[in-house]
Design a protein around this ligand. Sequence first.
Ligand code: SF4
Length: 151
Amino acid sequence: MTETTETTELTKLTELTKITELTELTELTKMTELICVVCPKGCRLRYDEANGFAVSGNLCQRGEEYGRAELQNPTRVITSTVRVAGGTHSRCPVKTERPIPKDKIMDAMRLLGGLWLTAPVPEGHTVVEDICGTGICFITTRGIAPAEEGG
Ligand code: SF4
């Protein structure tokens, strides 16, 4: 084998190694890692997207369910506050009654921006119905009593 042939073979081998490494890296990136937040144990979950989101690292079934939902349809319970007129507090805490899709969060927050409630405000009161067509409401999480006259 001449020196030129050896160099060519070496170049091909190097290229092949690079391609193999790149393929392995691509395969690796199909694995998604998440920390399960369902309980304080905080298991490190790994999901293999290439294999139907097969899960590993979970100590219980709840972790598997959490991760699948988080990867395929992430949702969040939104908490915020709304302005109150004539109450003992100027703002009332609210939250979505159930988790809403993560991509609707900004639109949902905008719905609260221009709202005013008038005291008294009961706890569990519906503030916004059917947030962005989700069928889910914003509700108050505490009651606000009216401010005392002249107080
Ligand atoms: S997988 Fe189960 S045990 Fe682990 S953090 Fe999630 S809920 Fe807790």
